[in-house]
Design a binder for this molecule. Sequence first.
Ligand SMILES: [Zn+2]
Length: 271
Amino acid sequence: MKSGPALLLLRRHLLLGAGLLAGNFGSAEAAPAAKTSPKPVGPLPLVMLDPGHGGKDPGAIGASGTFEKHIALATAMELRRQLLASGRYRVALTRIRDVFIPLDDRVTIAQRQGAALFVSMHADALSDRQVRGASVYTLGEVASDQQTAALAVRENAVDRAGVSRGPEVANILGSLVRQETKAGSARMARTMVRALGHDVPLLAHPQRQASFAVLKAADIPSVLVEMGFMSNRDDEAALRKADHRKLVATAMKRAVDGFFAGVSGAKTPIG
Ligand SMILES: [Zn+2]
């Protein structure tokens, strides 16, 4: 698992620090050394944020004319700011401007840069405009429900190349790496749902699965977060506000912290 090495490095660093002191002073008084905050050895884990859509693809368009692509990028930039401020991660975005990036390329960018976690950020539309709330998606061969199946079809349709990976995906589905990645993605999804549920309304059964093309990296735990839906007036109005996007980003940052701390959510809040 990707969270393992960083944690191991941190532990090793702590042990080395204690060992050095013990060697110098030969007593248990080395213990206070642990009070200083050690910096992890080696590169910090890379978190790849993926603001959905962009350029010619606006994503969903809200009743008040809000473009999903702008909401996704603004929230991703805020999340990047918060993650970098913690000093615990490197952060990259699949796009930092209003440009179109094919779905396959988003996955490739994350793989080339060696991302330890992939978080795709969206605020799509559902056919039922009454439905609101945040939700979190992982890759599944079979969609968890009809609503999610329709969502994935629309998402994948923005880029035909994105759905052409069928055979390749089938080949890797059974691999050990794939299984570890799948477990990591599920753990991240649980952590994300729990973190979001503290601060924002959640969709009913907020942890869902479908065959989203952008989640198909075999080796990187990946989740797609619908921060709300442009099809719902309340969600749209909230996501237009910088304060609300900051709240969402803060919750997502807690989820990233939880993921790398190895915390798994035992319970999935239903809201
Ligand atoms: Zn979207």
